[in-house]
Ligand binder design. Structure first.
Ligand code: NAD
Ligand code: UDP
Length: 340
């Protein structure tokens, strides 16, 4: 089976790539290195002890994508490539539309043209397609109303994938709606390492405060309607998330009929920002100075996943604890520092 992994050198792509290689699959890894480094390819090869085929390409390049799909006779695509900053998406919605929507459309249309018996597409969607919760936990049939340009691109891809897969034959597709992935691979080599100096997401920010690269964490808001006033999210260990992809792939491979599904990948449990910070401090025995500041625009007070569908359909659920997430994030950050 010829499998293409886009965004393979990114945080989630690289961790899933490891699991796929360890399960015996031969992969074609694609990335344009916009938010990753070629060094990650070396790490993947070191961990798996297997040489990989890497293709440096941009998913926006319609002709090149078609050529790649044809040349390697691609039958399955794990599609991680994309831009993920909510803030940047609000400032540059066109760029987000081009990369996240047009780029995904190139891959979906390209796969549709392949003359093969079974087309498998696994898409990295996000919990932010739901928008303001009408009811928690978010079930997959919760109304979809993303609050920002990033979320709108994810929803647009889901709808395009659904339409394409349902109006053509031999399609099996899943949109996986991720909650908040944190943590790192057990080797300590593959984690969330945003290329910008001031990370936007909570865990990489905490890790850099722990290292002393940033002086303190700003906690955006202490007056939310939650137990301790700070927002609640469903944090999921990156290795659990990566295994969720394998479970989705196995589910599709075993199906004879055409399929389109949207499935949450989360732990099904919410933790507040303060709970995460306190767990990080306790398990790693390190102080994280923090200050409260005003709410971040567009942040939702509280959300977490309904995990029944992933359990029933994929036979998958998370195994790792918040402590393990915090511990592995810190191990990864220390390793990065050692190798600087
Ligand atoms: P990441 O930035 O670490 O990885 C994305 C990879 O895609 C990077 O290696 C980047 O270089 C590559 N890329 C970007 N634009 C590209 C292009 N035009 N052509 C080819 N490659 C390109 O991000 P991640 O955290 O690994 O996220 C992977 C996917 O999951 C993204 O689609 C993201 O939107 C989605 N997602 C992430 C989160 C999260 O919290 N990390 C949550 C929900 C959904
Ligand atoms: N957050 C924070 N300080 C930071 C970064 C994030 O207080 O420097 C909070 C943010 O308000 C949200 C939670 O941490 O409630 C998770 O934010 P993140 O950006 O990691 O993910 P999101 O849930 O927005 O996708």
């Amino acid at each position: 089976m010829n499998i293409l992994v886009t965004g393979a050198l990114g945080y989630i792509g690289s961790n899933t790539t490891i699991k796929l290689i360890e399960s015996g699959y031969k992969l074609y890894l694609l990335d344009n290195l916009h938010n990753s480094s070629i060094d990650t390819l070396n790490k993947i090869e070191k961990i798996t002890k297997k040489k990989q085929t890497f293709i440096e390409a941009d998913i926006r390049d319609h002709n090149e994508i078609n050529n790649i799909l044809k040349k390697y006779k691609i039958e399955t695509i794990f599609h991680f490539a994309g831009l993920k900053s909510v803030k940047e998406s609000e400032n540059s919605p066109e760029k987000y539309f081009e990369v996240n929507f047009e780029g995904s459309k190139n891959l979906i249309d390209g796969l549709n043209l392949q003359k093969i018996k079974k087309k498998i597409f696994i898409f990295s969607s996000s919990a932010c397609v739901y928008g303001n919760p009408k009811k928690l936990p978010y079930k997959e049939d919760h109304p979809l109303s993303p609050e920002n340009a990033y979320g709108k691109t994810k929803l647009k891809v889901e709808l395009y994938l659904k339409q394409t897969s349902l109006s053509n034959t031999n399609w099996q597709a899943i949109a996986l709606r991720y909650f908040n992935p944190i943590g790192a691979h057990s080797s300590g080599f593959l984690g969330d390492n945003p290329l910008n100096d001031t990370p936007e997401n909570l865990m990489p920010y905490i890790s850099r405060v722990a290292l002393g690269k940033l002086t303190h964490l700003e906690i955006f808001g202490s007056d939310y309607d939650t137990n301790d006033g700070t927002p609640v999210r469903d944090y999921i260990h990156i290795e659990d998330l990566a295994e969720g992809h394998l479970a989705a792939f196995n589910f599709l491979k075993n199906k004879k009929n055409d399929v389109y599904e949207e499935i949450n990948l989360g732990k099904g449990k919410g933790y507040s920002v303060l709970e995460l910070v306190e767990t990080f401090q306790k398990i790693n025995k390190i102080n994280i100075p923090y200050e409260f500041s005003k709410r971040r625009l567009g942040d939702i007070s509280k959300y977490y996943a309904d995990v029944e569908k992933s359990k029933n359909l994929l036979g998958w659920k998370t195994k790792k604890t918040l402590e393990e997430m915090c511990k592995s994030s810190w191990e990864f950050e220390k390793k990065l520092k050692e190798n600087e």
